[in-house]
Design a protein around this ligand. Structure first.
Ligand code: NOJ
Length: 539
């Protein structure tokens, strides 16, 4: 079998990767925004948690119109976060703790404040400065109609008209113009940006919108307005998952291969049968597997998705990845408290939270941690998930910051509810996140869920994660065997070497399987495995 990444020992194949949304992690200078100084001060915490790597959301110079996914300068750190020198020190310190650092690279679009886009605006139609982006004449005799019916992910048209009448493409916010990846200058610039960060010790890259770079430049209308975050994965789409992206993947891989032990992971929302193409030996090392995000709390559904993902990764010699939450989706402690089948993706103004069972969601999230931390491959943890943090439903409308809120005409709240700053202390301003008011407010109950409170409590979610990660390293990380076991339709069960994982997804307790209990997500009644709980058993 061909391996995409050289061998089973590569760190990314079995690592626990912790996602840091830097703006909301820890604020070192008291201005209400998380920063590199804050992150550095928490390296001890991350090391104690036992993670192998950190993926840091974009930290580059940016107007932060889309939380930093609107990059104004790829070689500079935003001054609210720190400096490039500080990042270099942070990378070294992380390495000293044995922690790798994955940067987030955003090649599909820049900020409208990027020098290139400003030059494009100043240039006349047809000027080479415009060719770095996708400028186009509009439809209709006077060009007053957008060139196609393409929709932006955050709502509205994907085209914006500039003063001289041309339109430019933005698959996301108008402040995020799409680059033209047919332009060699764009390609060469990104080779250089990769090298810039690789030379500073970055161990890997998470590539944003990896499936969106290549567009059909004849701009045909689309029958269906595909929304990336709703995983509508359409075949032969004019701007998602076009064959041309693979040539770009290979070019980047060649750059990474000039360095030792570096990786890249794709954010590619594509159909299951297309994903392996991104994982060919000369392309990505890894791709996020988002399938569990869309899976209801139901044993047969989990079993099917997990088995399919494990086999699909094996077929291309890659390791699977497991993701329950990230900065784009509703936190899973809340998701699992909603009735199965709930359409939660669009963050509606009313609705699902009225039927939310918070306690079930919290219990299931604990059990889910014992699932993703026991599966073969690497597990991504989104900051705060180890604390069992819920989605914050009730942020006041005037603090909402996600472009989705404005672009949807105030019909969708957007993603801020999963981006609320981490509570470190029980009390005090911003619960130890910083010394001032945080950029977005935390709910009062965050104090009791803080790191300080949970560190003292051996039954807390944080303690569960710490123990699970340590046991995973000891018993599971290097084991590749995976075998589903049939224990009935309410139970997800599988063997991983000599560890049996059993998750009771039904509503009644079941007999505890035999063997030594390594770890349980709950305190169970004697001889029983409680509903919504999971156990690791040494056989
Ligand atoms: C995916 C990122 O995860 C999301 O936060 C961002 O808004 C879009 N890509 C656009 O860059």
């Amino acid at each position: 079998m061909t391996t995409t990444d050289g061998g089973p020992e590569n760190w990314w194949r079995h690592g626990v990767v912790y996602q840091v949304y830097v703006r909301s992690f820890a604020d070192g200078n008291g201005d209400g925004t998380g920063d590199i100084a804050g992150l550095r001060s928490k390296l001890g915490y991350l090391s104690e948690l036992g993670v192998d790597a950190l993926w840091i959301n974009p930290w580059y110079s940016s107007p932060l119109k889309d939380g930093g996914y609107d990059v104004a300068d790829y070689r500079a750190i935003d001054e609210r976060f720190g400096t490039t020198e500080e990042v270099e020190i942070f990378i070294e310190e992380a390495h000293t703790h044995g922690i790798k650092v994955i940067a987030d690279l955003v090649p599909n679009h820049t900020s409208d404040q990027h020098r290139w886009f400003q030059e494009a605006l100043d240039a006349a139609p047809g000027d080479p400065a415009r060719d770095r982006y996708i400028f186009q004449r509009g439809k209709g005799a006077d060009g007053s109609e957008p060139p196609s019916n393409w929709a932006a992910v955050f709502g509205g048209s994907a085209w914006e008209q500039v003063a001289d009448g041309e339109w430019y493409l933005h698959l996301f916010d108008p402040s995020q113009p799409d680059l033209n990846w047919e332009n060699e200058e764009v390609r060469a610039e990104f080779d250089s940006i990769f090298r810039f960060w690789l030379d500073r010790g970055i161990d890997g890259f998470r590539i944003d919108v990896a499936h969106g770079l290549v567009k059909d430049l004849t701009f045909p209308d689309v029958a269906q307005k595909a929304a990336i975050l709703e995983s509508e994965r359409t075949a032969d789409h004019p701007h998602w998952d076009r064959d041309g992206v693979h040539e770009i993947n290979r070019r980047w891989r060649a750059v990474l291969d000039e360095y030792e032990d570096r990786m890249m992971v794709a954010e590619a929302w594509v159909a299951a049968d297309r994903l392996p193409l991104y994982l060919r030996p000369d392309e990505y090392h890894q791709s996020f597997n988002f399938d569990l995000l869309d899976t209801d709390w139901d044993a047969p559904s989990f079993a099917e998705v997990i088995d399919k993902s494990v086999r699909a990764a094996e077929d291309v010699g890659a390791a699977s990845t497991w993701v329950l939450s990230n900065h784009d989706v509703m936190r899973h402690a809340t998701r699992y408290g909603l009735p199965n089948g709930t359409k939660w993706r669009r963050w509606p103004m009313t609705g699902p939270h009225e039927v939310l069972d918070e306690s079930a969601g919290f219990q299931r999230a604990r059990a889910a941690a014992l699932i993703t931390l026991s599966l073969p491959g690497s597990t991504y943890i989104y900051q705060g998930e180890e604390l069992g943090l819920p989605e914050v439903w009730d942020l006041p409308q005037d603090v909402l910051d996600d472009p989705t809120w404005e672009r949807s005409g105030h019909t969708e709240k957007g993603r801020d509810g999963c981006r609320v700053p981490i509570p470190w202390e029980k009390d005090g301003p911003s619960f130890g996140f910083g010394t001032g008011d945080p950029w977005i407010p935390q709910p009062a109950r965050f104090g009791s869920m803080s790191v300080a409170v949970q560190t003292q409590d051996t039954s807390s979610s944080l303690s569960l994660y710490r123990t699970a990660i340590a046991l995973r390293r000891q018993h599971l990380a290097m084991v590749s065997d995976f075998q589903l076991i049939d224990m009935g339709s309410d139970v997800l069960a599988y063997e991983r070497g000599d560890v049996l994982v059993v998750v009771n997804m039904g509503s009644d307790s079941m007999p505890m399987p035999e063997g030594d209990i390594l770890l349980a997500s709950h305190v169970n009644p004697p001889g029983l495995l409680a509903a919504d709980s999971a156990v690791w058993i040494r056989q």
